[in-house]
Structures are given as structure tokens and as C-alpha cells.
Design a protein around this ligand. Structure first.
Ligand SMILES: Cc1cc2nc3c(=O)[nH]c(=O)nc-3n(C[C@H](O)[C@H](O)[C@H](O)COP(=O)(O)OP(=O)(O)OC[C@H]3O[C@@H](n4cnc5c(N)ncnc54)[C@H](O)[C@@H]3O)c2cc1C
Length: 318
């Protein structure tokens, strides 16, 4: 089959790898400049920041088996066993070089086309002889026998409007929490004690991370995540206003350090609020298969995205 995967986040890359290994001709499109989606790492000077997902846990045997080879090569390492008073003994893993490095490894050997925004998905015409036509924003289109769509759900629906696919109401109603992230390049280490991360440190913040202490940055680099309530309320604030407010909110963790540079990053679709009960969703009555996958299906975290990608591939492979 010619399979098009929309989205080179963990769900899309995982599905693509399985399908390519099974001998299918797979093309992955992502609107971002590099693969990874919410597995995101940014450089500011010599500082390196994870600014989407900060760490991951491993709860299922299936995911453990996929992660094990990466622990073996040293790509994935155990960051800690919990944060401050919440330490519960379960490993929290991080990725050498930042979370995004994992996506780059997964993308190796796959046909992943970044900076390629999928604009619409349509039923294939008789002329194309394919079940689907995937329209890109550069005006070109690609024929596919099968599709895996892994964007956050509101983005997936808008692609499917012209595909005459009826989605269940519950899927259509899925909403996402937002996250406003502040990345701070500092002149010295921030005041975040071992292991360098804190969950819900204040009533406005959901996480702070000292990327240097975590082991991914050569220079002092602090990631500050505002929680869902603050992010929603301040979403439309001017960047300078949001930065100022978050600098105040994170003051005790910045400590005596001088802020050399501050960058804001907004995640509109950070975390799905509700989950679909199955690890993916397959459209009925279409000429060729169409599967929706992503973290809204198998859990709002890295493991969920991977398990959903596996389920999507399995749904296509039968
Ligand atoms: C701030 C933040 C903190 C988080 N912290 C953690 C954590 O500590 N631990 C944890 O386990 N999880 C965490 N998560 C959640 C985790 O990052 C996600 O569950 C997981 O990465 C989702 O993967 P995905 O493949 O389902 O979606 P995504 O990674 O969102 O991938 C979807 C991809 O689709 C692409 N796309 C969308 N529309 C189009 C289009 N029209 N054309 C082409 N491409 C398109 C996007 O560019 C994106 O790359 C966090 C998320 C955020 C945002």
C-alpha cells in the first residue's frame, strides 16, 4: 500500500516505522521544521531546552520493550525516580540531547517530509486510481491507498472536512488544555534542587526544569510551564506581558541568576482533556482505510502516543 501518515510526532513515527517494516510505501508529512511534534527541544545559545514533554514513564510491557534498546544505546536515560516530595520510586526517563533527539532517531530511514502542511484530505478521484488524495499547502497532492492521521484532533477534523468521513460526536468534542512555556537562558544555575525538576511547584506553574541538571544542556537553561488554568486565562496576553508574569511566577526558581534571554512558546493542543476508549479510531465505509491516532486515544503522554501509533499500524496491517 501507499500509506500517507500525517504528523511526525511519536504516534505518526511509530505507525510509519511499523508499516514501513511490513513492506509498505510510507510517506510522513509534518508541518513542523523537524519531526517530533510535542517532543520538542530548542537551543538558545549553548543552552538546550526541552519545551514540550519533559520526561516519560513506562507503564506497559509493550512500551518497555520499545524503550529498552534506546536505554541500551544510551539515547534514553533515567533522569530520576520522582520529583521532590512526590518521589514514588518509578523511573522518569529523559533523552540524551533533548527529547527531540528521540524523534530524529525514529525518523531515520523513513520518508519524512517536514515543513509540509497537509491542507486537506479528499476521496481519491477515478483519475488518481487511489482511495485518497492528500493536498499539501504548496498546491501539490499525493495519492494514497491508506491514511494514518495523528494530529491533535481539532486539526485532524479540519483536514477531513472534505473527505466525507463522519467522526463520532465524542471525538469531535475532544478539547485540549493549553500550555504556555517560558524558556530562560541564565548566567548561572537556577534554584531548582535535585533532581532538577518540580511538578506543580506553584498555583500557576505545572512544571519547572533545570535542563542542565537534567543532563541535556551545557549552559544554565530553565524551562517554566504555566498550568492549564493560567495558560487559558493568559493565552492572548502580549508576549512581553506573559513573559513578565511568568518571570514573577518562577521568581523563586530563577533565584539569584540573571536572565540572559527569555523566549515564549505556546502549545495550543498540549493535553487532551478526554480520551477515546480505544487506542485508535478506524473510519467505516471508506474505499481505503483511514485511521486516526495520537495521544487522545491511548493516554495523554508519550507512552500513549506510541501505543496509539502501534495500534494504528496494526489496524492497517489487519
Ligand atoms: C508542554 C507539554 C508538556 C508535556 N509533558 C509531558 C511529559 O512530561 N511526559 C509525557 O509523557 N508527556 C508529556 N506531554 C505530552 C506528550 O508530549 C504527548 O502526549 C505526545 O508527544 C503526543 O504525540 P502525538 O504524536 O500524539 O502528537 P504530536 O506530537 O502533537 O504530533 C502531531 C504532529 O502533527 C503535525 N501536524 C498537525 N497538523 C498538521 C498538518 N495539517 N499537516 C502536517 N502536519 C501536521 C504536528 O506538527 C505534530 O508534529 C507534554 C506535552 C506538552 C505540550
Amino acid at each position: 500500500m501507499r500509506v500517507v501518515v500525517v504528523g511526525a510526532g511519536l504516534a505518526g513515527l511509530t505507525a510509519a516505522r511499523q508499516l514501513a517494516d511490513a513492506g509498505h510505501q510510507v510517506t510522513v508529512f509534518d508541518k513542523g521544521r523537524s519531526p517530533g511534534g510535542r517532543l520538542a527541544t530548542r537551543r538558545i545559545g549553548t543552552g538546550r531546552f526541552d519545551h514540550g514533554a519533559q520526561f516519560f514513564t513506562v507503564r506497559s510491557d509493550r512500551f518497555a520493550a520499545l524503550v529498552a534498546p534506546h536505554i541500551e544505546t544510551g539515547l534514553v536515560f533515567e533522569w530520576c525516580r520522582g520529583f521532590s516530595a512526590e518521589a514514588d520510586g518509578y523511573p522518569r526517563y529523559a533523552v540524551r540531547g533533548g527529547m527531540n533527539a528521540w524523534a530524529k532517531v525514529l525518523a531515520r530511514g523513513l520518508d519524512v517530509r517536514c515543513s509540509s502542511l497537509v491542507f486537506a484530505i479528499r476521496r481519491g478521484s477515478a483519475a488518481s486510481g487511489a482511495a485518497w488524495d492528500v493536498a499539501l499547502d504548496d498546491g501539490s497532492s499525493v495519492a494514497a491507498d491508506a491514511l494514518v492521521v495523528t494530529c491533535p484532533l481539532p486539526q485532524s477534523y479540519s483536514l477531513l472536512v472534505s473527505a466525507e468521513v463522519t467522526l463520532p460526536e465524542e471525538l469531535l468534542r475532544t478539547e485540549y488544555d493549553r500550555t504556555v512555556a517560558l524558556l530562560l537562558s541564565l548566567d548561572r544555575s537556577p534554584a531548582v534542587a535535585e533532581p532538577g525538576g518540580l511538578n506543580n511547584p506553584t498555583d500557576r506553574l505545572s512544571f519547572v526544569a533545570d535542563n542542565q541538571r537534567k543532563g541535556i544542556s551545557d549552559a544554565p537553561a530553565l524551562t517554566v510551564h504555566a498550568n492549564a488554568a493560567w495558560s487559558e486565562e493568559h493565552w492572548d496576553d502580549a508576549p512581553a506581558v506573559a513573559i513578565e508574569a511568568l518571570l514573577t511566577a518562577a521568581g523563586e526558581y530563577i533565584g539569584d541568576a540573571l536572565v540572559l534571554e527569555a523566549q515564549l512558546k505556546k502549545w495550543r493542543f498540549a493535553t487532551p482533556r478526554t480520551l477515546w476508549p480505544e487506542p485508535c479510531w478506524t473510519a467505516a465505509n471508506t474505499t481505503g482505510p483511514l485511521v486516526l491516532a495520537g495521544d487522545a486515544f491511548a493516554g495523554p503522554r508519550i507512552e500513549g502516543a506510541v501505543l496509539s501509533g502501534l495500534a494504528a499500524a496494526a489496524a492497517l496491517l489487519g
